[in-house]
Ligand binder design. Structure first.
Ligand code: HGY
Ligand code: MN
Ligand code: MN
Length: 415
């Protein structure tokens, strides 16, 4: 019987699964557009369930459409070990953000099954619903509801730009998966380990194969609604107008001036910006835009985030403005015990590793408050992500999955 589970990891199959999953929502330039709860994601979920069933792993789903692939342990009544990530993407997403963690988790289950050994605890791969938050904001809805950070009823009312609610979008998913076991939300979990691409340049620059993630930076998001009045572009004078675009541009300029810092440590992004009615000869009546503010220091994040509504009011001009806070997640540090597990597994496998923080958000952020949580990073080319050009090597994909498999088995088999 082999010493390590990772010796049974099938890297070829792992890579093949990543390429196969990327076909669901494939777009030009090698990217993927697989938004939460869309047909493309339903089809990708079906593929995951089929792959899991090949090794006798049963699938389950909960009321938030989180998908669970469970490899039973010797003592199934014990709280399971969870791994996984998300398979929804950004509109100009890559093949690997999220998908890598789910596919690597499934590869780890296959390796355990192939080893002929079963750990005490069951091990489950989870595809958390709507991590990216690009169709329905804020993101990380599935893990937030599972861990009780948000109420299911609250997220079900959120609507996308077309006015479709999460409730209306989740229906077809649960209908398609009506043959799957149903899971309660928030059940006890022994631990969560998420494998993810770094989405930054550090590991590649330092020639490290494995990232031992120390924690996740703070994140605050808002929706800003600027309300003016539609008018004729030819007959209304500037003095008469309540032009929502003029006010929105003034607000954006004031926010950037107040929040961007010379040291470039604050990540301030306005990624979504919609104008209504968005017609060439109509003075803009309404502008809605997003604010995404990140910082690894909680006091700075609090101070700068608190400025957002104040500055919006000050710079609104003749329009009305409403600022809707969506998310306030403080920075966190993963427990040393989980970081040590990742470091130990990487060292035993001979992979160069280093500790580093994650400025990007992940579902591990919420699982951290539910059970002992850690993350394993692998490098991505030039740190590119949320971009069709996102790229990793097969060797790094396999290395991360091997570390994941050994960590999962060690944690799941603990006395
Ligand atoms: O936005 C984030 O940090 C994550 O990639 N969704
Ligand atoms: Mn991600
Ligand atoms: Mn992402």
């Amino acid at each position: 019987m082999s010493a390590r589970i990772s010796e049974h990891l099938d890297g070829q199959r792992l890579w093949g699964d990543l390429m196969a999953l990327a076909r669901f929502g494939a777009i030009d330039l090698g990217g993927v557009n697989r938004l939460a709860l869309t047909r493309e994601e339903i089809e990708a979920r079906q593929a995951l369930v089929a792959w899991a069933r090949e090794i006798g792993v049963e699938a389950a789903v909960d009321a938030a459409a989180n998908l669970y692939l469970r490899l039973e342990g010797r003592e199934p009544s014990l709280p399971p070990l969870l791994t996984g990530s998300h398979i929804d993407t950004q509109p100009t997403g890559g093949k690997f953000d999220g998908a890598y963690g789910v596919v690597a988790g499934l590869a780890a289950l296959r390796a355990i099954a192939a080893s002929g050994r079963r750990p005490r605890r069951s091990v489950e791969v989870v595809a958390w619903m709507n991590e990216e938050g690009s169709r329905f904001a804020p993101g990380m809805m599935g893990s937030a509801v599972f861990t009780g950070k948000r109420a299911l009823d609250e997220i079900l009312t959120v609507r996308d730009k077309a006015g479709v609610s999460v409730r209306e979008a989740i229906g077809p998913v649960l209908e398609k998966e009506k043959d799957l076991l149903r899971r309660p939300l928030g059940y006890p979990v022994a631990g969560f380990i998420e494998a993810h691409i770094e989405q930054g340049p550090t590991l590649e620059a330092k020639a490290k194969t494995i990232g031992i993630v120390t924690g996740i930076g703070g994140k605050r998001t808002f929706r800003v609604e600027v309300q003016g009045e539609p008018a004729h572009a030819g007959t209304s004078t500037r003095g008469e107008r309540r032009d929502a675009l003029v006010s929105a541009v003034a607000i954006v300029g004031a926010l950037q001036k107040a929040i961007w810092d010379d040291a470039d440590t604050v990540r301030f992004t306005i990624g979504m910006f919609t104008v209504t009615p968005n017609a060439p000869s109509v003075v803009p009546a309404r502008v809605v835009f997003s604010v995404d503010l990140r910082h690894d220091d909680d006091e700075t994040g609090r101070r700068l985030g608190d400025l957002v509504p104040v500055i919006c009011q000050q710079a609104r001009g003749k329009c009305d403005v409403t600022v809707v806070p969506l998310l306030y997640d403080p920075p966190l540090q993963f427990p040393a015990s989980m970081r040590a597990r990742v470091a130990e597994a990487a060292a035993k496998l001979g992979y160069a590793s280093m500790e580093l923080p994650s400025p990007a958000g992940h579902d591990a952020r919420y699982l951290h408050y539910h059970c002992p949580t850690g993350m394993v990073f692998i490098p991505c080319k030039d740190g590119i992500s949320h971009n069709e050009a996102e790229s990793i090597t097969q060797a790094d994909a396999e290395a991360g999955a091997r570390v994941l498999a050994d960590v999962l088995f060690a944690l799941a088999d603990e006395p």
